[in-house]
Write a protein that binds this ligand. Structure first.
Ligand SMILES: [Zn+2]
Length: 103
């Protein structure tokens, strides 16, 4: 990591920075880059929400049978997703090959 000098947008004092997103000013404790920090937080939240919606969350205290069922559902979901993607790619390849043959 590189050490740079940064001027705090809040108090105007210069200090060293390490380049991390959640870095704070040592003088006034404000974020150096509040916009960038907020954006990173939002992205993290979106990823977390997608993960919770997209998967059946397996908890530690779940019944073994429930766990297996959840894993099965997750597996079917992902195989379907990748299966459909693979079919589209195969169709695209066939169309390209067909086009090349017809020329
Ligand atoms: Zn400051």
């Amino acid at each position: 990591m590189s050490v740079d000098e940064i001027k705090c947008p809040h108090c105007g004092k210069w200090s060293n920075r390490m380049g991390t997103i959640d870095e704070r000013c040592p003088y006034c404790d404000h974020h150096f880059e509040p916009g960038r920090f907020r954006y990173a937080q939002e992205q993290k939240m979106i990823i977390q929400r997608n993960r919770q919606d997209g998967f059946m969350v397996i908890k530690k205290d779940d019944d073994p049978i429930v766990k297996i069922l959840k894993e099965l559902v997750n597996w079917v979901r992902w195989t379907t997703f990748y299966g459909i993607s693979a079919i589209y790619i195969i169709i695209a390849v066939i169309v390209i090959l067909y086009g090349l043959v017809m020329i």
